[in-house]
Design a protein around this ligand. Structure first.
Ligand code: ADP
Ligand code: MG
Length: 139
């Protein structure tokens, strides 16, 4: 089923000029980039976005990392896009990520792991709405 997921190319990747290389992996996997914008995340945006992790020990570090440089926020569309993009991203910790995945190819460590992708269709809808209006998504 065609669906949408939310993606972020994180600061560690934008800082190393990897936006195009990450996008090539996304597109080669059959996912279509139907909205994309480069932004500097504010602390408030990062805190709200990662609210579910606020009790975790790495929350402060995560918010600091996500606001340390620009990010590219994206909407991806395709068959089973949520699960498909999780596969394409690879495991959270790049040491456990499969060959050919974005995190295996580019991530520096578990914190600076190059990309975010929604973990469910419900969260995809919530996350997309935090950064895009419907008219900005052109499928
Ligand atoms: P994912 O991004 O794969 O969905 P999580 O939702 O568990 O992973 O965590 C959100 C983000 O928090 C991760 O992508 C990573 O940037 C950061 N993170 C997760 N676990 C750790 C950790 N043990 N140490 C530092 N940062 C972490
Ligand atoms: Mg997650």
């Amino acid at each position: 089923m065609t669906e949408r997921t939310f993606s972020i190319i994180k600061p560690d990747a934008t800082k190393r000029n990897l936006t195009g290389k990450v996008n090539a992996v996304i597109e080669d996997a059959g996912l279509r980039i139907v909205a994309q914008r480069r932004i500097q995340m504010t602390e408030a945006q990062a805190k709200a976005f990662y609210e579910v992790h606020k009790e975790r020990p790495f929350y402060g570090e995560l918010v600091a990392t996500m606001t340390s440089a620009p990010v590219v926020v994206q909407v991806l569309e395709g068959d089973n896009a949520v699960a498909r993009y999780r596969e394409v991203m690879g495991a959270t910790n790049p040491e456990q990520a499969a060959d050919g995945t974005i995190r295996k190819l580019f991530a520096l460590n578990v914190g600076e792991n190059s990309v975010h992708g929604s973990d469910s269709q419900d969260n995809a809808k919530i996350e997309i709405a935090q950064f895009f209006t419907e008219d900005q998504i052109v499928g």
